[in-house]
Design a protein around this ligand. Structure first.
Ligand SMILES: Nc1ncnc2c1ncn2[C@@H]1O[C@H](COP(=O)(O)OP(=O)(O)OP(=O)(O)O)[C@@H](O)[C@H]1O
Length: 304
């Protein structure tokens, strides 16, 4: 049944409530073979619950959950995944090497210990007891344990929280390596630059529903704003009324104009002010797109 088009993991119409709280509200989500999918959303949006549902750790009241086309609690599908959740309790007295060896023993075709250690940046820590490591080092061990079974699908729930910049960049490089080897990754993160740097596809969740999805470029394009910044005496109130201008304001001596149509607005600005200087034009980043998208959703909800 696992053809190339079958998602490796899917939620279909999943509703999951914790008492009175609806964490997932008829949520549809499909993870494709070999892709890095970033799940974004504000606090409490339902990202971790989506991951927990895909892993079979929580059972929804309605809808279907599949991992490799089967029930996520089946041991044969669990052997094809690797997991790094937000919190992990591991035996403090075991060394890193012992933890890696023990975890690898649950998998049919694990990576050699040295390979897992190198991928997760653990080569110098192998003899150290887990309980004596720093928080960031413990996160690296958890990453190594998620990788050591040579999974086809890796769940990483906010993996770089607590890591320094070097460790974060190494983990990004490793994510790219495993994706290049064909492993799909579901990554939840609050760091938009992380999604921007790594994800082939982004799903934005808000209040247990999919708000929008697409590539990083799609999301940027959906908001499609460009920010023009320059030194000019032109009146921002008048510019705010120009065709195609989404907003105009001042930051000190700088005029800031946001628009979905950069070229005609830049031309008009240059025509209107021959003294205009220090012109900068830049595309909105994922962070701006994300905040615009979630703001629009909140406004729509409040108006309803
Ligand atoms: N075990 C639980 N019992 C009761 N409510 C829960 C439980 N776990 C999550 N919730 C609630 O379900 C909703 C979704 O939570 P979830 O942890 O999935 O969000 P999230 O998007 O991962 O948030 P964050 O970015 O803060 O990690 C929230 O309202 C949360 O308070």
């Amino acid at each position: 049944m696992n053809t190339l088009d079958t998602p490796v993991a899917a939620l279909a119409g999943v509703t999951l409530r914790y008492g009175a709280v609806t964490a997932l509200d008829r949520l549809d989500l499909a993870v494709r073979r070999g892709e890095l999918l970033a799940l974004l959303g504000p606090n409490g949006a339902g990202k971790s619950t989506s991951v927990a549902a895909l892993l079979g750790l929580v059972r929804p009241q309605a809808g279907q959950v599949t991992l490799f086309g089967a029930d996520p609690q089946r041991v044969e599908v669990r052997r094809r995944i690797g997991v790094m959740l937000q919190s992990a309790v591991l035996p403090a007295t075991l060394t890193v090497a012992e933890l890696l060896r023990l975890t690898a023993s649950y998998y049919p075709d694990p990576r050699p210990l040295d390979e897992s250690a190198a991928l997760a940046g653990l080569t110098d820590l192998l003899k150290r007891p887990y309980g004596k490591l720093s928080g960031g080092q413990q996160r690296r061990v958890q990453f190594g344990l998620a990788l050591c079974g040579r999974p086809e699908l890796l769940f990483l729930d906010e993996p770089t929280v607590g890591m320094d910049i070097d460790a974060r960049e190494r983990l990004w490089a490793t994510m790219r390596t495993v994706v290049a080897q064909g492993c799909a990754v579901v990554l939840t993160t609050h760091y938009l630059e992380e999604a921007e740097a790594l994800a082939q596809r982004v799903v934005v969740i808000d209040r247990g529903r999919v708000l929008t999805e697409g590539s990083v470029d799609d999301l940027r394009a959906r908001v499609a704003l460009t920010r023009i910044r320059c030194i000019s005496d032109l009146d921002e109130t008048a510019i705010a009324g120009w065709n195609g201008v989404a907003g105009a304001s001042r930051e000190g001596d700088r005029l800031i104009v946001t628009t979905a149509a950069a070229e005609p607005v830049v031309r008009r600005l240059l025509d209107a002010d021959s003294a205009l200087s220090e012109l900068e034009v830049r595309r909105a980043g994922l962070a701006e797109a994300f905040s615009a998208l979630t703001r629009t959703d909140t406004a729509t909800q409040e108006a309803a």
